[in-house]
Design a binder for this molecule. Structure first.
Ligand SMILES: Nc1c(C(=O)O)ncn1[C@@H]1O[C@H](COP(=O)(O)O)[C@@H](O)[C@H]1O
Length: 176
């Protein structure tokens, strides 16, 4: 983890969202990053409501030391794509579900990017996976972080084995 002159960790990941109303979903990305000890920042950056600030955030992200941007938005979710158009960094888009349309509007707005401007889109509400994907991107060049990810994957495998064992026991009790 790199540190600034004042000793504070320089964020490697920017977790941004169109509104603070997205935070209950986007918090899951932040929690995943915290689990792996990845320094991040979180903020509201809206393409629709603050276009100049949004362009500035994307344009300056790499020079500020960010390595990955996670962008969540709901409805006409232009934020992830617009950020991807002004930064060379990988952008992970999180479709946030709103009251109407079950997040399908957010999903389609984020996933249907024109050729040449990729956004790695996770499932509707899939902010935890966005955080884990950001960890994997960083881990590609960080052996310590990769080892943590491998341990995490091992825990998932153990949990799946335990689920199978419980299910087989229950099926056996039913006479299966
Ligand atoms: N999709 C966008 C953008 C954008 O893409 O620039 N800015 C805000 N929003 C979304 O509007 C929804 C409602 O926002 P409010 O709750 O503030 O009314 C949020 O899900 C936000 O991501």
């Amino acid at each position: 983890m790199s540190t600034a002159q004042d000793g504070a960790a320089v964020p490697a990941v920017g977790v941004v969202m169109g509104s603070d109303s997205d935070w209950p979903v986007m918090r899951l990305a932040a929690e995943a990053l915290a689990e792996f000890g990845v320094a991040f920042e979180a903020d509201v950056v809206s393409a629709h409501r603050m276009p100049d600030e949004m362009i500035a955030y994307g344009a300056r992200a790499a020079e500020r030391g960010l390595k990955v941007i996670i962008a969540g938005a709901g409805g006409a979710a232009h934020l992830p794509g617009m950020l991807a158009s002004v930064t060379p960094l990988p952008v992970i888009g999180v479709p946030v579900p709103l009251k109407y349309l079950d997040g399908m509007d957010s999903l389609l707005s984020i996933v249907q990017m024109p050729a040449g401007v990729p956004v790695a889109t996770v499932a509707v509400g899939g902010a935890r996976n966005a955080g884990l994907l950001a960890v994997r991107i960083l881990a590609a060049a960080d052996a310590e972080l990769r080892a943590k990810m491998e341990r995490f994957q091992g825990e998932l495998r153990d949990q799946a084995h335990a689920k199978g064992a419980r299910l087989r026991e229950e099926a056996a009790r039913l006479g299966g």
